[in-house]
Design a protein around this ligand. Structure first.
Ligand code: ATP
Ligand code: MG
Length: 313
């Protein structure tokens, strides 16, 4: 792969900020971001390239991200836009070439603290099969806390709690091999939860699931946020999963080309188009009706769209 990438995001033509930080320095109000809290994760001007011999492939360039306690943050972008690279930078899986990532103030580049960082920011990947380490579900869930040196009795409590959250307590003694994709993914989430991270990152963790499986995982995610106050970072290319976010970072060609509440990001039609994504249906219809001359406000959800249409005289 070549270092020079085509400027698919049209940065020359788009009325978008030139500097990466311009997107994130002022978070809009109403995003659910608690202004008096310090971010758990702070990434500032982060750049990472993959190198293999002579080959250099750009992963992300100059991305700045802040994740606050209890936030539901979506990183949205099409294939190859840099979502997974960014995710891996946020929990120290990768260390930036330029810029800094801190987790609770700890620099992820600090080798001595990497275990602490990984226990505070847990990550669930796309394919649950690659994340199973044991042949019995409870042992799989116990693996993380065991490595953290958590006492045995405490581990038992954590296993029960984590499996209950994901609705899999009755499978505790079973084998992961017999589970459906959605169930495996829930066990993978439980295995992370048992480490009691402050942030859980789900990298396209619903991508392999059917609509029901996706819905179940989404419900679990919202439960974590609401009941445990955990920050959730969801990486996806599904627009409908992003609608309920407190904050979205829209990725395009390795850069965060827009950020803000779903309303702010999705009403930025140009940025969404440049990112190669389709607006949610309600947003698209409301914008088209407006362009056609009707007095219709921007609608994010089907319900809002119905209200806008009903309000037409
Ligand atoms: N291991 C790797 N070696 C070389 N290049 C890589 C590697 N992983 C990612 N890249 C490149 O980095 C860029 C960003 O990839 P990344 O996987 O972060 O994107 P993504 O948004 O997660 O994509 P997807 O939706 O396909 O998961 C792409 O150009 C990709 O080809
Ligand atoms: Mg990816």
């Amino acid at each position: 792969m070549n270092e020079e990438k085509s400027d698919a995001c049209g940065k020359e033509t788009a009325p978008l900020p030139e500097k990466e930080n311009d997107f994130t320095t002022e978070l809009p109000s109403g995003t659910g971001t608690p202004s008096d809290n310090a971010p758990v994760i702070k990434a500032e001007g982060v750049t990472y390239s993959y190198r293999s011999g002579e080959q250099v492939s750009r992963g992300v360039t100059g991305v700045s991200v802040e994740i606050y306690p209890g936030e539901f943050v979506v990183i949205l972008g099409r294939n190859g836009s840099g979502k997974s690279t960014l995710a891996k930078l946020l929990n120290g899986f990768l260390v930036p070439d330029e810029g800094v990532v801190t987790v609770n103030g700890t620099d992820t580049a600090d080798d001595d603290k990497i275990f602490k960082v990984r226990s505070e920011v847990g990550m669930v990947f796309q394919n649950p099969d690659n994340q199973m380490v044991a042949s019995v579900i409870e042992s799989d869930v116990a693996f993380g806390p065991e490595n953290l040196g958590v006492p045995r009795e405490e581990i038992e409590t954590r296993i029960t709690e984590a499996l209950e959250i994901v609705g899999m307590e009755s499978y505790r003694k079973g084998s992961p091999n017999r589970l459906s994709g959605g169930q495996k993914q829930r066990i993978a989430i439980a295995a992370i939860l048992a480490m009691r991270p402050e942030v859980i990152i789900l990298d396209e963790s619903t991508a392999m699931l059917d609509p029901k499986g996706r819905r179940e995982i989404m419900e679990t995610i919202l439960k974590l946020k609401n009941e445990k106050g955990m920050a959730v970072v969801l990486i996806t290319h599904y627009m409908d999963e992003a609608i309920g976010a407190d904050k979205i970072y829209l990725m395009c060609d390795g850069e965060a080309i827009a950020s803000g509440s779903p309303r702010e990001v999705f009403s930025n039609e140009e940025a969404v188009r440049l990112a190669g994504l389709e607006l949610p249906v309600a947003a698209r219809v409301s914008l088209n009706l407006k362009k056609a001359g009707l007095d219709v406000g921007f609608a994010l959800t089907d319900e809002e769209l119905a209200e806008e249409i009903c309000a037409l005289k």
